[in-house]
Design a protein around this ligand. Sequence first.
Ligand SMILES: [Zn+2]
Length: 130
Amino acid sequence: MPVERTDAEWREVLSPEEYHVLREAGTERPWTGELLEEHRVGTYKCRACGNVLFQSETKFDSHCGWPSFYAPERSDAVIARPDDSLGMRRTEVLCANCGSHLGHVFPDAPQTPTGDRYCMNSISLTFDEN
Ligand SMILES: [Zn+2]
């Protein structure tokens, strides 16, 4: 992992809400994220480390309450790993650069080119307009 920080260091650089989602795999409440309705052309990055994660052209309206993308910027920009918490079989998505929690990916978007829905927490991302 290129970026490694201790928990104390993460608490210094992240707000309590950011720390909870990014470092404790929390989930922001649906329909609350500031990037949910972001429709400008630009780049989405990891809020913890700045790693480029998604481009705006892969963002789509999934009606699930969280920003959704059908593919990451590069396949190695994120790490997917099994998550059996909450009694569900899901696939967690982590930043490949710093290991922070971003959200989950679900194969339930047949309307997209990949069929995947990367369901991301707004608070895990930053947006830069191109
Ligand atoms: Zn990161």
